[in-house]
Design a protein around this ligand. Structure first.
Ligand code: NAD
Length: 484
């Protein structure tokens, strides 16, 4: 069993000079170091193309910690930084893996790391397969535990994901692979199961007799920024729906797991995903919409972004419907929409309950809303009487985390890295789950590609809720988005 404190391990971080490492991974490692999850018996080898020295890497990490922490104990930080090493590395050069292997073996001895290794791929996804192959061919695997953390996106279709998985599986078994979806580290995403399973008020209506539809909105206010080149190969469906939307939908729709173990939770997810309805052309036409942001002038036009083709057909917004034929909500539509340059940064789920005839006539139904970002919040929309006139008014029964509570919430990356250290795979995506979500995305993409010549890409004004067509994807024409 993996110990939970002072874990002996050598971490090899591919992409040690990158944005993710700087903004998320180094601060998360520092917090875990302060919690004693790693402490004396760990070392990190940061690798990247640039010819940095150990000291220069340490300087960069120091900056990253100081940027993300209000107060830092200088001695702690100094000790933490002394565990970091740099290896200039080109992912395609065999000799660099040999050097890496030597350094890992040396540090293993120095830090008594027991032959344990964590490999973290924090690089452009096109390199994942090459790195996995070299880890295997140059025998970088340690004599203790070996774990591989893979960033998103895991492929760009089922076929490419399968190819990548095959490459990875030459060195790592499925239970050694940690496919990161940082949404699974978010407080309110982790709160979905407790909310569902511990409240009779919610649990008893969590079925297709009571729930009318579920709405998932993952909106970003930013555009593609400097990532136009990557985004052109992806689009909203692959970038957000295949992973984040699917993981959230699965937690909402899956049958109650038999236990809270990783095995039981993955079994419940798999059971649901085995009953997904793949969208056919008729459903695609009626219930799916894509779009691209375009301002009145060119200021916010996607096609004018850096590294974006002037005639790009990449969608920056996608809305659609996901359905399952099993689980407590079998047949209940999950509507999603996600996009860049939307009204505001907002990730939320709205569970819309069915209307009920009542003596007061036109009372609305209840909604259960889970706000994931930018605040952690949960509310029930209920009916009550108006005070000075007859009739019914709506009220939100709200639970919002206090600022003090929010300050204690660990970043998603810190949670997930902790889980990698203690070998808890609950909040990582299994290959068999991923396969099902890619089948769904492939079906949708195939339709959009065949449709491209006949149906123009809807455009949407920046800082709104996406193209107006997305307001009409509902099966019941009287339904609408709760969040507008
Ligand atoms: P980045 O471009 O900032 O960093 C890439 C790293 O790869 C750099 O360290 C660079 O030196 C290194 N590199 C590039 N080519 C190389 C080569 N030929 N040989 C060796 N090293 C090379 O990218 P990033 O934003 O840090 O993203 C890394 C991964 O994390 C991607 O898969 C991305 O999708 C994922 N991710 C990033 C974020 C984020 O906030 N940045 C969020 C979620 C997921």
């Amino acid at each position: 069993m993996t110990p939970t404190e002072n874990i002996p391990v050598i971490i090899i971080l591919f992409g040690g000079s990158g944005d993710l490492a700087h903004r998320k991974l180094y601060p998360a490692l520092f917090n875990l170091y302060q919690q004693n999850v790693i402490h004396d018996r760990f070392a990190v080898i940061g690798t990247a193309r640039r010819p940095w020295s150990h000291d220069y890497l340490r300087e960069q990490i120091k900056e990253s910690i100081e940027e993300t922490h209000d107060q830092v104990n200088e001695d702690d930080l100094k000790h933490f930084l002394s565990h970091f090493y740099y290896q200039s590395h080109d992912v395609t050069h065999v000799s660099h893996y040999m050097a890496l292997k030597k350094m890992a073996a040396h540090l293993d001895e120095t830090y008594h790391a027991d032959g344990n290794r964590i490999f973290y791929m924090a690089m452009a996804p096109r390199f994942f397969g090459t790195i996995a192959t070299h880890i295997n061919d140059q025998h970088l695997i340690g004599s203790g535990f070996n774990r591989l953390v893979v960033e998103k996106p895991f492929g760009r279709s089922l076929a490419s994901a399968q190819k990548l998985n095959d490459e990875i599986r030459r060195s790592f078994s499925e239970d050694q692979v940690y496919r990161i979806d940082h949404y699974l580290g978010k407080e309110m995403v982790q709160n979905i199961l407790p909310l569902r399973l511990t409240n009779p008020l919610i649990k008893n209506v969590w079925n297709h007799d009571f729930v009318k539809n579920i709405q998932i909105t993952l909106g970003e206010q930013l555009g593609v920024e400097a990532r136009g080149g990557y985004y052109e190969t992806s689009g909203a469906l692959r970038d957000m729906v295949q992973n984040h939307v699917f993981q959230i939908a699965t937690l909402l729709m899956m049958p109650e797991p038999e236990a809270l173990s990783a095995t039981a939770i993955h079994a419940a997810k798999q059971m649901l995903l085995d009953h997904i309805v793949l969208p056919d052309p008729d459903q695609m036409r009626k219930h799916f919409v894509r779009g691209q942001y375009l301002g009145n002038d060119d200021t916010f036009a996607y096609r004018k972004e850096k590294n974006v083709a002037p005639d790009s057909t990449t969608e920056t917004f996608a809305a659609g419907e996901i359905k399952f034929n099993a689980g407590p909500l079998a047949g209940v539509p999950v509507y999603f929409r996600t996009g860049k340059r939307m009204k505001e940064k907002c990730s939320r789920v709205d569970i819309v309950l069915k209307h009920m005839t009542n003596l007061y006539g036109r009372a609305h139904s209840n909604n259960i809303s889970i706000i994931i970002d930018p605040v952690s919040e949960f509310y029930l929309t209920i009916n009550g009487k108006k005070i000075q006139e007859s009739g019914i008014r709506r009220e939100d029964l709200k639970y919002r985390f206090t600022t003090a509570e929010m300050a204690q919430v660990p970043d998603g990356y810190e949670r997930l890295l902790h889980d990698v250290f203690v070998a808890d795979t609950t909040n990582f995506t299994h290959w068999s789950e991923l396969k099902r979500s890619w089948q769904f995305i492939d079906a949708a993409e195939a339709f959009w590609q065949s449709d491209e010549k006949t149906v123009p890409m809807p455009q949407y004004a920046p800082f709104k809720m996406g193209p107006k067509e997305a307001d009409h994807i509902f099966e019941n024409p009287h339904d609408h988005w709760i969040y507008r």
